[in-house]
Design a protein around this ligand. Structure first.
Ligand code: GLN
Ligand code: ZN
Length: 762
């Protein structure tokens, strides 16, 4: 008999109830009692739903008001000193302050802890902060309260916590550098206390997540796993050591020999590791197979999964469990909440609830027999069969076009050094040219206009007129401010991926397919399901109109192929690289049309290129190779005197600077203002050959930068990059800002550029 369990369920609720409640609480529209009641209801619903789908063990503690890493940080009492925590049990307000910062009535604002992406997902966690003399103390009762709540409801609870090594690995050192592992001696006693408490509450299993076991780990961290888990053996309590997001690689022996009762592995991303694990796992260990993809929305191939379970059962004599590959946090809640998707398309999909049904079918097929679930297996099989040959997905012309990509399509005609002269000959830009990244403030009127057009309440003609008015107005503002290269402002776009996805073949959009991105923020990723192509120009009319409002150069604005891919749910029936090439070709047509319409500066944003860098270093090269190639397919169609820009709104370039150079954009704009230009070190030591616009205006904050601050930043930039290759621009788009601050800040930026021109003219 096999058992089934789940690693985590989306906490937001199928209608984003948690988001709405938390935001109401922040606005003081509801009080804590009301918030807690909504949270309790959600947890109960989710537990009951999971119980109803036949799971033997149900995760508890996966619920969070903001983030599970922050929950763990609070449980350990690792609150940064600036929050003035009294050392007692952490309350909800302190908890939210760590996540969001606070502005006390007297005194300076206290800034939030940093946020960063959870492995290669689009979920952001609150980064723990530790210092050399960090102490730990059990300080948050949330896990135990929720555990009791579940047990009282008769839920077969399996508490979930983040393991000590993963937590430490993710923590950021503040102050003097030191070896984080030194903190284990003070950290582990709190973990022991947690486990003891859970055992006293009467649970049998606890799930300890250690996803860093799928990374390249230094030897001392590997050793620390052994010593730590030896210490965490609490009699009577069984630990399921949980790994996901990849295979264990060279940590296989380590993971299979740790003194824990069970091991969960990701079979979706690491199928090849299964044999190795089966032969190395020590006796008596429960093996949990992560079979159903927790990172994507496709229906599983149940026949294939069944074969995996059957062959594993034949070889492995200890208990076997089945589960999704990772927490279902990363997929939408329920496909039944999608009334607008057609039946055929829905038959290809599985959201969190449907994934649990799949687990249950597999379990029943093994524990009873396949005949018992014959109908559902047949259904799944025929849906998959239909998908494999559907003309909605497969379009020969697109496949053929990808096959026909030739090397000359991937290269500009001449090297940058030559292109530069050709571009300058018509651009006549001053030194330190100024520009912005694309979007301007999205006012309420603009959002309402788009909404009303979408709902059919505003006619197309009225909509076009209104957007053109907005474009004319932002062009005028930029001319008044005195910027050198202008943009149209992106007022027609709600989202930089959705806007293009909606106009491309092969993309679909759900109505309620929300996934938590951070805190109360949710995103609805597009679903790339079929061969991608473009049926007509997507941006040309807007940009052409914008150019008609001015003699200054207008920069066309597109989202790049890799970002389109990385912020969507992707096909599972062909390599990501192939899908990206299809998108790249569609965008290439757009670039060509823009150029033909007289737009000779075109920016192709690759905001998300870095974030899907594989977790293992050995796989970086391949990823970077195909993603850079896709960018170049899009960009290389233009004449040499057309200037290609790209933009990346993140900071860590050290690892990938060669690849950034290989993109061969004429100009790259990046986020640098918060790092005080240190990020440019990578560009300097690599001798980045093309032009760079290091962001001088932190668009994440409403503060208006001063002229001296900007000049100062640019002087630092000029120490690292030859000045004739520097641009002056904000960190990123300005759509979340307000006009008054934007006008002031850009004015300052332009004044700074003028001063720099004078300073460096001598
Ligand atoms: N062009 C986009 C904008 O300005 C870029 C956004 C991004 O990089 N995230 O909004
Ligand atoms: Zn950006």
């Amino acid at each position: 008999m096999i058992k089934s369990h789940n690693l985590g369920f989306p906490r937001i609720g199928k209608d984003r109830e948690l988001k709405k409640a938390v935001e109401s609480y922040w606005k003081s529209d509801i009080d804590e009692t009301q918030l807690q009641q909504i949270a309790r209801d959600l947890r109960r619903n989710h537990w009951q739903l999971q119980q109803a789908s036949g799971l033997d063990l149900i995760p508890v503690g996966d619920f969070s008001f903001y983030d599970q890493v922050l929950d763990m940080t609070c449980t350990l009492g690792a609150v940064p000193a600036r929050f003035n925590w009294d050392g007692q049990n952490i309350n909800l307000d302190t908890y939210f302050e760590i996540a969001r910062g606070c502005t006390p009535c007297c005194g300076a604002p206290v800034h939030a802890s940093e946020m960063t992406k959870w492995f290669d997902t689009n979920y952001h966690y609150i980064v723990p902060e530790i210092h050399q003399h960090q102490t730990f103390k059990l300080s948050f009762t949330k896990l135990f309260d929720e555990c009791q709540e579940a047990l009282n409801l008769g839920v077969p609870a399996k508490p979930v916590i983040i393991g000590p090594l993963t937590w430490l690995w993710l923590a950021k050192i503040k102050g003097e550098p030191f070896n984080k592992l030194q903190l284990l001696d003070t950290l582990l006693p709190v973990y022991e206390e947690i486990l003891n408490t859970l055992q006293q509450q009467g649970v049998e299993w606890v799930q300890i997540d250690e996803p860093i076991l799928v990374l390249d780990l230094p030897a001392e961290w590997q050793a620390a796993f052994e010593s730590s888990y030896k210490r965490l053996q609490i009699s009577g309590l069984k630990v399921l050591l949980t790994t996901y997001f990849g295979d264990l690689g060279n940590n296989v022996n380590l993971a299979t020999h740790l003194p824990v009762a069970g091991l969960h592995i990701d079979v979706v991303r690491g199928e090849q590791q299964l044999q190795k694990i089966l032969s190395s796992v020590s006796a008596e260990k429960t093996l949990s197979l992560g079979l159903v993809n927790g990172r994507n929305i496709w229906r599983s191939d149940l026949d294939q999964l069944l074969t995996i379970v059957q062959t594993t059962c034949a070889k492995y004599k200890n208990p076997i469990w089945i589960a999704p590959s990772c927490s279902l946090l990363h997929v939408p809640v329920d496909l039944n909440n999608e009334p607008k998707l057609d039946a055929e398309f829905k038959s290809w999909l599985a959201f969190a609830s449907q994934k649990l049904d799949e687990i249950n079918i597999l379990k029943t097929a093994i524990n009873i027999n396949t005949d018992f679930v014959k109908n559902v297996l047949d259904d799944a099989r025929s849906a998959l069969h239909n998908k494999r040959s559907s003309s909605r997905i497969h379009r020969e012309a697109v496949k053929q076009r990808v096959k026909n990509i030739t090397e000359d399509m991937v290269h500009r005609k001449q090297p940058y050094a030559v292109r530069r002269g050709l571009q300058q000959a018509w651009l006549h830009l001053p030194a330190f040219p100024t520009t912005t990244i694309g979007s301007f403030p999205q006012t309420r009127q603009i959002r309402e206009l788009r909404q009303s057009f979408k709902l059919g309440k505003t006619s197309e003609a009225d909509y076009v007129t209104a957007i053109k008015q907005e474009i004319a107005s932002v062009v005028k503002k930029q001319l008044d401010i005195g910027l050198d290269v202008l943009v149209h402002g992106e007022s027609e776009r709600n989202d930089m991926v959705e806007y293009f996805g909606e106009q491309l073949e092969g993309f679909a959009f759900s109505q309620n397919g929300w996934v938590q991105s951070y805190g109360s923020r949710c995103v609805k990723p597009p679903i790339i399901y079929g061969d991608v192509s473009r049926s007509k120009p997507m941006t040309v009319d807007w940009i052409r109109y914008a150019q008609s409002c001015t003699d200054k150069p207008m920069k066309g604005m597109l989202t790049g192929p890799v970002t389109m891919l990385n912020w969507s749910f992707v096909r599972n029936d062909q390599p990501r690289s192939t899908t990206t090439e299809q998108i790249a070709l569609a965008l290439r047509d757009e670039v060509q049309d823009l150029e033909q319409a007289g737009i000779k500066i075109i920016q192709i944003d690759e905001a998300a290129l870095r974030e899907k860098l594989p977790l293992r270093k050995a796989e970086w090269e391949t990823y970077l190779q195909w993603s850079v190639r896709a960018f170049r397919i899009t960009a290389s169609v233009v004449a040499d005197d057309t200037q290609i820009h790209t933009h990346m709104c993140y900071s860590e370039f050290n690892d990938i600077i060669n690849a950034i150079g290989d993109m061969d954009a004429d100009v790259i704009t990046i986020e640098t203002s918060r790092s005080d230009m240190e990020l440019l070190d990578a560009f300097e030591s690599y001798h980045y050959p093309n032009e760079i616009g290091p962001g001088v205006y932190d668009i994440h904050s409403p503060n208006v930068p001063t002229k001296s601050h900007i000049v100062d930043l640019m002087r630092k930039a000029a120490q690292r990059i030859p000045i004739d290759r520097l641009w002056v621009n904000p960190d990123c788009g300005l759509k979340t800002r307000q006009w008054p601050e934007v006008e002031q800040a850009l004015h300052c930026m332009v004044e700074s550029a003028k001063q720099l021109r004078q300073e460096y003219a001598q």
